[in-house]
Design a protein around this ligand. Sequence first.
Ligand SMILES: Nc1ncnc2c1ncn2[C@@H]1O[C@H](COP(=O)(O)OP(=O)(O)O)[C@@H](O)[C@H]1O
Ligand SMILES: [Mg+2]
Length: 276
Amino acid sequence: MKLIQMTKPSSFSEISTKKIIQMNDVWTSYDSKDYTLKGINLSIDRGTNYAIVGKSGSGKSTLLKLMNGMMIPSKGIIKVDYQTPNMKNKKFKVMMHKIGYIPQSLGLIKNITVLENILVGALPRLGTVQSLFKIFPEDEIQEAKKILKLVGLSGKEDRKAYMLSGGEKRRVAIARAFMQKPTILLADEIVSELDHVTAREIMNLIADAQKRMNLTAIMVHHDMQLALEYANRVAVIKDGEKILEIGVEGDKIVDFQTGNLSTQEIMELYSDEPKK
Ligand SMILES: Nc1ncnc2c1ncn2[C@@H]1O[C@H](COP(=O)(O)OP(=O)(O)O)[C@@H](O)[C@H]1O
Ligand SMILES: [Mg+2]
């Protein structure tokens, strides 16, 4: 077992435009009685891989839903690329198309083909009529075919989604998200039920895309080992609280958990624009 070593919260004193997600003292509730998330503070650097790990029911999926505006906090501040995730916020609604969200269930359409599922990722940028009738321009079809190859699904474009293996379904869901040309990828336990080798193939696919597109990936994982292997930071959630934020440095696991953000960072959370 690797050593856990405490460090000074030095990373929190430096702020800049590189923070793509910030949460300050965020609380959520589904029933207005109990809180699901309790006082979450976190800060995610652009282009990094951030993992969320915790037992079932600890609040991991809720945390992802906050980041794409599917849920609104009861208390606290959230900024996603300097915008408050909220459907009433027009700037966020525009930005939302660049957030690739893969739910635990993957959300594939079973009876349509692999290629058609990937093209779903292009719908937000098409006109109403085009998207209503799913009329895709040729350049979008070519783009989908390119991504299909990239995720290792060559030759499977005409296969119906329900005919695919677990690993292949993940590849389609990732390809659909890539089709959005995302700046942020939110993935909820997409490698959890896969064998060791397939899970790593899928993670490598995401790691490659991150390098190519400066993509920020925020991924919920079941397996701490895998999370530490791929993530720059791993947040550990227990009963709605972030109890640890760890990462591998050299041959050590370092704990970056600090509790609160610096005053300067809190001030930045109140502003809608990045500081110059
Ligand atoms: N739609 C919902 N309505 C009511 N309670 C919910 C809902 N979704 C999740 N919860 C509850 O919130 C808690 C955290 O859920 P979730 O974020 O899904 O946890 P995890 O993803 O870590 O398993 C659980 O107690 C769960 O039962
Ligand atoms: Mg979950």
